[in-house]
Design a protein around this ligand. Structure first.
Ligand SMILES: NC(=O)C1=CN([C@@H]2O[C@H](COP(=O)(O)OP(=O)(O)OC[C@H]3O[C@@H](n4cnc5c(N)ncnc54)[C@H](OP(=O)(O)O)[C@@H]3O)[C@@H](O)[C@H]2O)C=CC1
Ligand SMILES: CC(C)CCC[C@@H](C)[C@H]1CC[C@H]2[C@@H]3C(=O)C=C4C[C@@H](O)CC[C@]4(C)[C@H]3CC[C@]12C
Length: 275
């Protein structure tokens, strides 16, 4: 293991000149990934719904040194956005090296209230659109021997209270992309899939959603973003961040699932039902 990892050291130059799509790039971890990639002199195509914000992120990327930067605004519940994004990549770059799937739809933190329509909609944004983006990108990624990065959560590996619809969409990503990885290997297609299992990160939306009901402190979003890019560049199958607490959680789940469940529950206060 020592020699394997020593020969595969990360170097920021690995990203220079690479053509990268980042979804959910207008805030949080997606925004931070865009800034790191810009510093590393990648070509960027950013997307999110709010045009003013994604445009601002694009401008900052140009200041930071991006080889080029552009954006397309739109919602991932639109079935045409994936095709539109990949057509833009093809037309402007003639190819694609890395697809970073990071966006999520809005979901509130509360007891499951039976809102099936919300689950359906969240599945569409957090899961189906990831499949659609991957489908549209695969021909170009096969040609470049590129990479797919799927941003998921520890809540996509084990259940926590008050996030049932969100957790379901993240479990779905693991099933789909782990299966697809097997097929790519069987087909001798050299496209890597990196699944990112993240814990609580200090993005504005996450802190707003849970700081009042969660006891633990969030990890920094800029370091999180860099760890994702590092794992992607090294074509790792998984990125765990923060590494120790995620490792402990996954190990706990595999050896003592009920104990782990009770530790997770004790991390949460009951949310205010009117919130
Ligand atoms: N922060 C955390 O604690 C954790 C985060 N993660 C994962 O990290 C990733 C990023 O999370 P984080 O940075 O906190 O999230 P943010 O809320 O900061 O960012 C979400 C991004 O998705 C975009 N978005 C929202 N709705 C849509 C939509 N319908 N169509 C297209 N884009 C949309 C938002 O922009 P806009 O509103 O303009 O569309 C924004 O750019 C997610 O996959 C999340 O599951 C995993 C574990 C923990
Ligand atoms: C083992 C775990 C299930 C529980 C411990 C860690 C907890 C505190 C962490 C791990 C994953 C985190 C959530 C997450 O992944 C993303 C989002 C989406 C955002 O819109 C609102 C916040 C939310 C729900 C995070 C809330 C805090 C969670 C549950």
């Amino acid at each position: 293991f020592y020699f394997y990892s020593a020969s595969e050291d990360f170097n920021e130059e690995m990203l220079r000149g690479k053509r990268v799509i980042v979804t959910g790039a207008s805030s949080g971890i997606g925004e931070q990934m865009a800034y790191h990639l810009a510093r590393m002199e990648a070509h960027l195509l950013l997307t999110a719904r709010t045009e003013a914000r994604v445009q601002k992120v694009m401008e900052r990327c140009l200041e930071l040194g991006a080889a080029s930067a552009r954006y397309i605004s739109g919602s991932m519940d639109s079935p045409t956005l994936p095709e539109q994004l990949l057509r833009e990549a093809e037309n402007t770059w003639g190819g694609l090296d890395m697809l970073i799937l990071n966006h999520i739809g809005q979901s509130s933190v509360r007891f499951f209230d039976g809102d099936v329509e919300h689950v359906r909609q969240l599945m569409e944004i957090n899961f189906i659109s990831y499949v659609a983006m991957t489908t549209a990108a695969l021909p170009m990624l096969k040609e470049s021997e590129g990479s797919i990065v799927v941003v998921s959560s520890v809540a996509g590996r084990t259940g926590g209270p008050f996030i049932a619809p969100y957790s379901a969409t993240k479990f779905a990503l693991d099933g789909f992309f782990s299966s697809l990885r097997q097929e790519l290997i069987m087909d001798k297609v050299n496209v890597s899939i990196t699944l990112c299992i993240l814990g609580y990160i200090n993005t504005e939306s996450a802190v707003r959603a849970v700081s009042h009901i969660i006891r633990s402190a969030p990890a920094p979003k800029d370091e999180c973003a860099l760890e994702i890019i590092r794992g992607a560049a090294l074509r790792q199958r998984e990125v765990l961040y923060p590494p120790l607490s995620i490792r402990a959680t996954l190990l706990g789940r595999s050896i003592a699932p009920e104990l782990l469940d009770s530790i997770v529950r004790s991390n949460f206060h009951r949310p205010n039902t009117t919130a």
